[in-house]
Design a protein around this ligand. Structure first.
Ligand code: HEC
Ligand code: HEC
Length: 256
């Protein structure tokens, strides 16, 4: 190549790179502005300093869970309201009025649509977050040719997630503190038994302050899991691509 051609090519490259850099080409798809209620939710989020305890896309405090993808379209928002009013053991009782609950949930729903905080969704060979694990199996079951569950079962599944029963009780396996698999036929998950157990705790199972309705829903949910055990085990195996993964290898240091 001649000297002039080389020089010409360099200059042309320089011009093209400059144009690309200055015009920000290809243009980013413009982000839709927050709606009024979503913006109100953002203000609620800031006012109560939620991010001191919760992460968004992995950024924030670690006392509570990452909320980026917590509120989706299928989430029963009514099940989240007690958390925003009464709180739980570690989540403070914020007593948010209903309008602020709606706003902050709208904001969280919008966040969910903006991307995934865990880049890889649950797929073959992946470990599941134990807290969400049962819910993911349940959702997968519902997705298969448009099946559905009774509202009480759905609410019970939300209570299960909110109370984080899944940190100890694993699907179809013995859990970290020898917490039993609750889907077995021998386990009594009747309302009366649950009520008693949750009220008092037992051994390494802590007590939980649940309302009567929450206990009834939990019982319905556990009965549903038990009835559909065979189906759910198969789904779970498929989701986890079982072979290389064992729950017993997960470091449960927090509970030792
Ligand atoms: C002092 C720390 C703290 C603050 C502040 C806080 N949270 Fe929480 N939050 C927690 C903890 C801890 C949990 C887990 C509760 C549990 O497991 O008992 C939680 C749970 C939740 C859950 C349920 C999550 C799930 O997956 O079940 C939601 C929703 C939530 N918080 C929303 C909020 C919102 C909205 C705000 C602000 C208005 C907020 N939190 C402020 C600590 C906090
Ligand atoms: C910190 C761990 C832990 C958490 C969290 C936990 N459990 Fe348990 N659970 C246990 C252990 C351990 C046992 C066995 C207790 C025993 O028999 O000594 C148990 C037993 C049970 C049983 C009785 C099983 C039987 O064989 O009779 C039920 C039902 C149950 N849990 C439901 C729940 C529900 C519902 C939640 C959430 C609201 C929950 N657990 C949260 C640890 C836990």
């Amino acid at each position: 190549m001649s000297r002039a051609a080389t020089l010409g090519l360099l200059v042309a490259t320089y011009v093209v790179v400059s144009v690309v850099a200055y015009t920000d080409f290809p243009r980013r798809t413009s982000v839709q502005p927050l709606t009024e209620i979503e913006h109100e939710g953002l203000l609620v989020w800031r006012r109560h300093n939620c991010q001191a305890c919760h992460q968004i896309f992995g950024y924030g405090g670690f006392l509570g869970p990452d909320l980026t993808n917590r509120v989706g379209n299928e989430t029963a928002t009514d099940a989240l309201r007690p958390m925003l009013t009464r709180g739980s053991g570690r989540m403070p009782a914020l007593d948010l009025p209903i309008s602020e609950q709606d706003a902050v949930l709208a904001y969280l729903r919008r966040l969910n649509r903006s991307g995934r905080s865990q880049p890889v969704p649950l797929g073959a060979g992946q470990t599941a977050d134990p807290v969400d694990h049962f819910q993911q199996i349940t959702t997968a079951w519902i997705r298969e040719d448009g099946r559905d569950v009774a509202p009480a079962v759905r609410r019970g599944s939300e209570v299960w997630g909110l109370q984080r029963c899944g940190t100890c009780h694993l699907p179809f396996d013995v859990g970290p503190v020898l917490s039993p698999d609750l889907s077995g036929a021998a386990v009594d998950t009747s309302v009366a038994r649950l009520h008693d157990l949750l009220d008092r705790g037992k051994g390494r199972m802590p007590s939980f302050r649940l309302t009567r309705e929450e206990t009834v829903d939990l019982s319905a949910y556990l009965a549903w899991v038990s009835t559909h055990r065979a189906d759910l085990v198969m789904l779970n195996d498929r989701m986890l691509d079982r072979e290389p993964f064992s729950w017993t290898e997960v470091p449960w240091f927090e509970y030792r």
